[in-house]
Every structure is written in C-alpha cells, then in structure tokens.
Design a protein around this ligand. Structure first.
Ligand code: FES
Ligand code: FES
Length: 204
C-alpha cells in the first residue's frame, strides 16, 4: 500500500516532520535553572497523567516517553526511533500532540498529559477514533497504532481532517512499517464527524 503522505515529498515537509516527530508537535528544551533540584540533580515535577495527579523526582535529561514507560508503567506510547522521526511515541500535552521522546519530562511540570491509555471513557467505551481504527482494521502489527491514534485525534481537533490530502499531510510524521495507511485514512475520515457529534462530544 502507498503511505498516507502520497503528496509530493518536499524537503521542507520532511524536515518539519523529522524535527517535530508529528506535524505540530512541540520540542521541549532543557530547564535553564532547575531551582528546586535535589543534591543529586533531580527536579520535583508534578503533572496530571490521564486524569491522575503524579509527583516525581526526575533527572533533567529524562524524556517524557521514558518516564511514562519506565516510571508510570504506561507502555502504550512506543519507542520507535527515539529521535522524533517515527511518531510512535505520540501523546498529548495540554491537548496538543507531542513526540514524547523529544519532550523533556521536567518541562511537563504543572501540565496535563494524555496517553493512549487515557483516551477511552472511564466505562471502557472506546474513543471514536479508537473504534474507527478497529472498524476499519487500521493496523497490522499494531506497534505504531497508539501513536497513530493519538496523532489522528489531534489532527481532527486541529481542524486538519477536512480532506484526504490534508490528513495525509498532517499525519505524515507517523510512520507505519506495515503500510496500513489506506485503512488509517479511512478510519480518520469516519471518526472526524463522530468526534464533534453529541455522543462523541466528551472526546472531541
Ligand atoms: S518519534 Fe518518538 S520514538 Fe520515534
Ligand atoms: S501496524 Fe505495524 S507498524 Fe503500523
């Protein structure tokens, strides 16, 4: 199958996708002065993850991805490249998608993180995007799927799912080695209107 990004690949597009991990993703910088650092250099960080308050002592260099996976046991976000180039680690930070491998965890102090584990409703009802991925069989090995779903939700929220070309452009930072792009595209097209419908409103 052909990848989502069937649009002509431009150098700029590749550079933006590579640097951001996913289109629109943020790259956090190191804190200039960790004022409250402990003697061994760790920094107290308080954040909300999937609706739960979390307090940690972190080394300034730890990535959000490593903290999620290794300290909080949230292994949905995957470590594909660890360099912002594949999108497998995509999560939401204050509602915006970020490549968590490029996001320093200390920069999430006071902020809100949502991972794939926090996307479904408390009663287990899948988010409309998750359901659409299931309905359209938009995965094969599934390794990229959590990142694809989180990026797809953000793509819709950002208003970048109004056409197939637009979806391809704004999902181009999320790679799928299995080539499930056509089904992913169909899933996003179907989920987009559901996310703004009353029954899907809480997810929008
Ligand atoms: S973009 Fe973060 S693991 Fe590839
Ligand atoms: S489903 Fe296998 S990498 Fe995307």
């Amino acid at each position: 199958m052909k990848p989502l990004a069937r649009l002509p690949l431009r150098r700029r597009t590749l550079m933006v996708g590579s640097l951001s991990g996913v289109a629109g993703a943020a790259v956090a910088q190191a804190p200039s002065t960790p004022a409250e650092a402990t003697a061994d250099g760790r920094v107290p960080v308080s954040l909300t993850v999937n609706g739960q308050a979390v307090a940690l002592q972190l080394q300034p260099r730890e990535s959000l991805l490593d903290v999620l996976r290794e300290r909080l046991d949230l292994t949905g976000a995957k470590k594909g490249c660890d360099h912002g180039q594949c999108g497998a680690c995509t999560v939401h930070l204050d509602g915006r998608r970020v490549a968590s491998c490029l996001t320093l965890a200390v920069k999430t102090d006071g902020r809100t993180v949502t991972t794939i584990e926090g996307l479904a409703a408390p009663d287990g009802t899948l988010h409309p995007m998750q359901q659409a991925f299931v309905d359209h069989d938009a995965l094969q090995c599934g390794y990229c799927t959590p990142g694809q779903v989180m990026a797809a939700v953000a793509c819709v929220r950002e208003g970048h799912a109004t056409s197939e070309a637009q979806i391809r452009e704004y999902m181009s930072g999320n790679l799928c080695r299995c080539g499930a792009y056509a089904a992913i595209l169909r899933a996003i097209r179907e989920a987009a209107p559901r996310m703004s419908a009353p029954q899907g409103g809480r997810h929008a």
